[in-house]
Design a protein around this ligand. Sequence first.
Ligand code: SF4
Length: 68
Amino acid sequence: MEKFCPQITRCPFFNGADPRLRDVFAGTYCLCAYWECQRYQLKENGQKVPRHLLPHGGYWKERPPEFR
Ligand code: SF4
């Protein structure tokens, strides 16, 4: 199994979120156990990924940073 998430180059969260927020999750999901990421699982199942979904299944509780 690959170490990094196969979606890492095109994931809006990894590439567009505030770096401080991204770094909270990257070590646990994006660069490690990506198969446990809720975003990854939805995408792999062909389902729509909510814009503000976080890897652990939570959501931003405040206005999120704009994605690039
Ligand atoms: S683990 Fe989740 S948040 Fe991280 S790059 Fe993959 S799909 Fe995006």
